[in-house]
Design a binder for this molecule. Structure first.
Ligand code: SF4
Length: 412
């Protein structure tokens, strides 16, 4: 059971939505009659509505499973500890959890030498790579709302994936805040490089080979009081870190004479939060492990998809607490899944590999918790809407670690 404030919330009381990294905190949830899906109030955000449909506001009947057979949590933890103890190189994937879950994951990863990579690891690594290589100027949603006068959408309109984005920025409320879309000519890399050259004055705005729309945008950026360049790492192609570096080049140039910043939209489903926690506990981001030769960070080699395809890991621990997706990949490995009770765990695994499924609570729905917002510096508290009767990821991992230590005779 959760050791959290699971006090039922009044229907229209403020609630922090955990279903995308904007973490909107001005909407409510209606808990209807037993069995009815939760309903969002104050917004018609399709992403939140779709996610809330997976919760019914009453205790969950789902039970842990070992090799497809239902049992109690103690048996499931013992089986999971046995799988972990036998593994020579575990992989922790998904990583859909909050701060407390991430802290527990880190401790277990250190005990087992596990490699950790979130479900959208490639997207997260693009941002990290650019930050490591070049650094960057970034801003917060609050600053965009209060100070920016120009938002430039560098990777298409963000409201398709982040429906409340423009409302959060105050678009439509302030007359002086304008939104521009990047006119892409050729590919995105060429377009960003050309825009960077125009903004820096390395190409004349009267050169005929330069698209007029791009010239107009460069002038608009130079005239803006405070421009914010918004991008989604998840929409970038392979080697997208180079595009992020190009965006940061534009921002840095503008900051010589005016004010500008970038805003990255990504790191949902706990990815950014787990990355922050691992960074503050170890000094390294994800795609790291505490191995035999100490801490190792391998941003390319520790790609979960690659490790699974190469057969470089022999066990998978998958964590996904925000909804039935993302489900674990259908790898033929022993695996432990801590997931939403409605998750369909793919059947395509070796029948004798060993499989444990433990349903867990969702932060912000059945459990309290904390998540980092997309702007990185804001940690939002999440409040439980009702008691779903499920343990949190952090609680399960704590007990799993204890069971693992017990199976090793108390040795860590
Ligand atoms: S935009 Fe994101 S955080 Fe806001 S209500 Fe929709 S899903 Fe939730």
């Amino acid at each position: 059971m959760n050791e959290v404030d699971a006090t039922p919330q009044a229907g229209n009381a403020p609630w922090t939505c955990p279903f995308c990294p904007l973490l909107c905190d001005s909407f409510g949830v209606d808990i209807g009659p037993p069995g009815a899906p939760l309903a969002l109030t104050g917004s018609d955000c399709p992403r939140a509505r779709g996610a809330l449909a997976h919760f019914s506001g009453e205790p969950v009947a789902a039970r842990p499973q070992v090799d497809g057979r239902e049992g109690d949590i103690d048996s499931a933890l013992a089986a999971a500890a046995s799988l972990l103890a036998r593994s020579r190189q575990p992989l922790f994937g998904g990583l859909g959890t909050d701060v407390a879950g991430a802290r527990a994951l880190y401790a277990l990863a250190c005990d087992t030498g596990a490699i950790c990579d979130p479900a959208e690891g490639r997207s997260l690594m693009r941002s990290l790579r650019a930050l490591q290589d070049r650094g960057g100027f970034s801003t917060t949603l609050a600053e965009v709302r209060t100070r920016a006068d120009l938002i430039v959408c560098m990777t298409e309109m963000p409201d398709a994936h982040y429906p409340e984005f423009f409302r959060r920025c105050g678009v439509g409320e302030r007359e002086d805040l304008q939104v521009e879309d990047l006119p892409v000519h050729g590919d995105l890399f060429d377009t960003v490089a050309l825009l960077a050259a125009l903004v820096a004055g390395r190409i004349g705005t009267h050169e005929s080979r330069v698209p007029a729309e791009l010239v107009a945008l460069s002038l608009r950026l130079r005239e803006a009081r405070y421009a914010v360049l918004v991008y989604e790492p998840g929409r970038l192609p392979a080697q997208g870190a180079l595009i992020i570096e190009g965006i940061q080049r534009i921002v840095a140039t503008l900051n010589r004479s005016t004010r500008a910043a970038s805003l990255s939209l990504g790191g949902g489903d706990g990815a950014a939060t787990v990355n922050q926690v691992f960074a503050w506990l170890s000094g390294l981001p994800l795609r790291s492990r505490a191995g035999p030769s100490g801490l190792e960070h391998e941003p390319l080699c520790f790609d979960a998809e690659r490790l699974l395809a190469d057969g470089a890991v022999d066990m998978l621990l998958w964590v996904s607490s925000f909804g039935p997706e993302p489900a674990p990949p259908p790898a033929e490995l022993p695996r432990i899944v801590l997931g939403h009770p409605g998750m369909r765990v793919p059947a395509a695994i070796a029948s004798n590999a060993g499989s444990v499924f433990i349903p867990v609570s969702t932060p912000g729905i059945g459990a309290a918790g904390h998540l980092f917002r997309t702007d990185g510096s804001v940690l939002m508290p999440l409040r439980a809407l009702y008691d779903d009767g499920l343990p949190s990821v952090g609680e399960v991992l704590l007990r799993l670690r204890q069971a693992l230590h017990a199976s090793r005779g108390g040795k860590q």
